[in-house]
Design a protein around this ligand. Structure first.
Ligand SMILES: NC(=O)c1ccc[n+]([C@@H]2O[C@H](COP(=O)([O-])OP(=O)(O)OC[C@H]3O[C@@H](n4cnc5c(N)ncnc54)[C@H](OP(=O)(O)O)[C@@H]3O)[C@@H](O)[C@H]2O)c1
Length: 297
């Protein structure tokens, strides 16, 4: 079994580590806030730095918030690269820019190591249940070599191309999620003001040709007013901004996404940044002059 070093014990990393440990991989972890390793519920060692993590592992997996966090984990004086010896494998599961994924891969190659990117979809429950979908980027042979490791945390790996292509795919996916969620919220609000119940809207959508498990999942959370974070508004804005920057570099206008990002930015300005992305409905309700549904006549 490969010795795994895992950096990042946030919503996603915790579930991924538990699945790796449950499937017998020896795992060492590092997290910026060390106390996150407490209460994981599985036996893992804690490394003092990402460098120490790399020194004792065959493969290092990172799943942290954003590009700045990856820069810290990989490129800092006590980062993964500082502890990387030739032959180390590195797997980037964080959602970052294609440019950072390519630059990180080049840095590992310069150290005689090899990297794939493997951003994920499936959110908190997918990480906990080991049902994530991995979008992989990098050399096909290396993706194939590391696939059994990824499948300890998920159910499918789709190879998207060289490093950078999976990052782009992941951002495209979160652009789509932005449209779906914002559209669902607008529909629920205009329906509510018109006297149509949210349950009726969701039942009809679920039975329709435009049904989606995503509408069912997030629609149900909105009806229950359950905004416990699976994926935070802060992180979705990060991904919208990365996709808009990528598009700007291509001279590709994304007018719809640009407008939708403003809706999420308004939610963040109202203090909802660390709530689940479904909480954007609260911001749209305020714009529409609506209170919490329970307070409505
Ligand atoms: N949640 C989802 O549904 C989902 C789905 C697919 C992909 N993703 C992506 O997966 C990644 C992790 O998401 P998450 O939901 O697990 O995020 P999260 O719960 O907010 O956790 C963020 C993690 O990043 C660490 N971190 C933040 N800034 C850092 C820095 N400057 N240096 C070092 N570590 C830093 C945090 O450490 P501390 O504990 O010290 O704060 C924590 O371990 C993100 O790129 C996200 O876009 C998330």
């Amino acid at each position: 079994m490969m010795r795994v070093g895992f950096a990042g014990l946030g919503i996603m990393g915790r579930g991924m580590v538990k699945n790796l440990a449950a499937k017998g991989f020896p795992v060492r972890v590092w997290n910026r806030t060390a106390s996150a390793a407490e209460g994981l519920g599985v036996k893992v060692e804690v490394a003092p730095t990402p460098k120490a993590l790399a020194e004792s592992a065959d493969v290092v997996i990172t799943c942290v918030a954003d590009p700045a966090a990856v820069e810290r984990v990989v490129f800092a004086d006590d980062g993964v690269l500082a502890g990387a010896r030739p032959g180390l494998r590195y797997v980037e599961c964080s959602t970052v820019s294609p440019e950072l994924a390519r630059r990180t891969a080049q840095a590992f190659e310069a150290h005689g190591c090899a990297m794939i990117e493997a951003p994920v979809t499936g959110s908190k429950l997918g990480a906990e249940r080991g049902t994530l979908l991995f979008m992989a980027g990098g050399p096909a042979a290396l993706v194939a070599e590391l696939e059994p490791l990824l499948l300890a945390m998920g159910t499918r790996v789709i190879h998207c191309g060289p490093n950078g292509q999976a990052a782009l795919m992941k951002l495209v996916g979160n652009g789509l999620v932005s449209f779906m969620l914002e559209g669902l919220c607008e529909g629920l609000i205009v329906a509510r003001k018109g006297g149509l119940s949210a349950r009726t809207v969701l039942d009809v959508v679920a039975a329709s040709g435009f049904a989606s498990p995503y509408f069912t999942f997030k629609g149900d959370a909105i009806v229950r007013r359950d905004f416990d974070p699976h994926f935070s508004i802060d992180l979705l804005i990060k991904d919208q901004s990365l996709l808009l920057a990528e598009a700007a570099d291509q001279h590709t206008p994304l007018p719809g996404l640009a407008a939708i990002r403003e809706v999420f930015q308004a939610a963040r300005a109202q203090g909802l940044g660390d709530e689940d992305i479904a909480a954007v409905v609260k911001s749209l309700e305020r714009m529409a002059g609506l209170g919490e549904p329970s307070n409505e006549a």
